[in-house]
Write a protein that binds this ligand. Structure first.
Ligand code: NAD
Length: 298
């Protein structure tokens, strides 16, 4: 049955996600600080509110898609969303934020008499537009069940990963694997080049052997072996390097907070931070192979 949804943060991701909720028949009231983003959402059938607080009044569910944890926490508390919402409102944060911030947001929502779920996504802007995102959720069974019809309107899959923060944890652990493996695949290609090994030969061997992974066989960082990979299209994203750098930064925060000995995860965060601030600012994250080649002087 149709829900009354407040959607705060109508940017690259939130805009099309809110539009898909409207298409599925839900009543969506939205807010964004950027007037153009709010206007675009209104064109897609979202009712434009005058403020975030105004948007949540009367909502069953409050969805947020914001840049970072500080934005979520500031809106929940200082921004007055928790105070303005009806008791028992479900707060679903889809932003990618620190695990610690996600847990703090849960606690604040519950303390204010509400329900909460962290539900970050993978699939990018293309997935947001097509309604094919994957959601990774953290929170209680009842909260997950309550959110599921809305998640189904915006994505193709929703995985309940565990208690508060488990969605964010799954997201950053997955992307830590991906960041490390992309660097590993890239280093192997550059080493292969200097040993006189062709890209195709290394690909043919590794993609059908134990070196196989997504970074190699789908998002191959050198042009040729996988025609659809960004390497064949000037490293146009795809998965933009600054977003990988952000996610690895969140992973590094969690690694340090937990005291885990994740040397490669921490190093991957450093390498991607430098790449995203330099040559990779507008590139797919697989473009890091060129930095490795440059630094090798080959
Ligand atoms: P974006 O910058 O396009 O959108 C964020 C929006 O939040 C902006 O429009 C901004 O004006 C708005 N905003 C900030 N503070 C606000 C406030 N107090 N009140 C109302 N609106 C406010 O970013 P995005 O690409 O849509 O990403 C959003 C989140 O999704 C991030 O956490 C990002 O890490 C995550 N994410 C992005 C992608 C992607 O491919 N873009 C993929 C997966 C996850």
């Amino acid at each position: 049955e149709p829900a009354t949804v407040a959607f705060i943060g109508l940017g690259n991701m939130g805009g099309p996600m809110a539009a898909n909720l409207v298409k599925a028949g839900h009543r969506v009231t939205g807010f964004d600080l950027v007037p153009e983003a709010l206007a675009a959402a209104a064109d897609a059938g979202v009712e434009a509110a005058a403020s975030a607080t105004a948007a949540v009044t009367g909502a069953d569910v409050v969805l947020t898609m914001l840049p970072a944890g500080r934005h979520v926490l500031a809106l929940y508390q200082d921004g007055g969303l928790l105070a303005a919402a009806r008791p028992g409102t479900l707060f679903v944060d889809c932003s990618t934020i620190d695990v610690a911030d996600a847990r703090a947001a849960h606690e604040a929502a519950v303390r204010a008499g509400h329900q909460a779920l962290d539900a970050p996504v993978s699939g990018g802007v293309v997935g947001a537009e097509a309604g094919t995102l994957t959601f990774m959720a953290g929170g209680g069974e009842a909260e997950f069940a309550r959110a599921e019809p809305l998640l189904a309107a915006m994505g193709k899959k929703a995985v309940h990963c565990g208690a508060a923060g488990a969605g964010q944890a799954a997201k950053i652990c997955n992307n830590m694997i991906l960041g490390i493996s992309m660097i590993g695949v890239s280093e192997a290609f550059v080493l292969g080049e200097s040993l006189g090994l062709s890209h195709q030969a290394l690909y043919d061997v590794a993609s059908t052997a134990s070196g196989q992974c997504w970074a190699l066989s789908v998002n191959c960082p050198v042009p040729g072996p996988v025609p659809g990979s960004p390497a064949n299209h000037g490293y146009r994203p795809g998965f933009a390097a600054p977003l990988m750098a952000k996610d690895l930064g969140l992973a590094a925060n969690a690694v340090r907070a937990a005291g885990v000995d994740a040397e490669l995860g921490l190093r991957a965060a450093e390498l991607y931070a430098a790449f995203a601030e330099g040559d990779g600012a507008a590139e797919d994250f697989s473009g890091i192979v060129r930095t490795i080649r440059q630094r090798s002087g080959t």
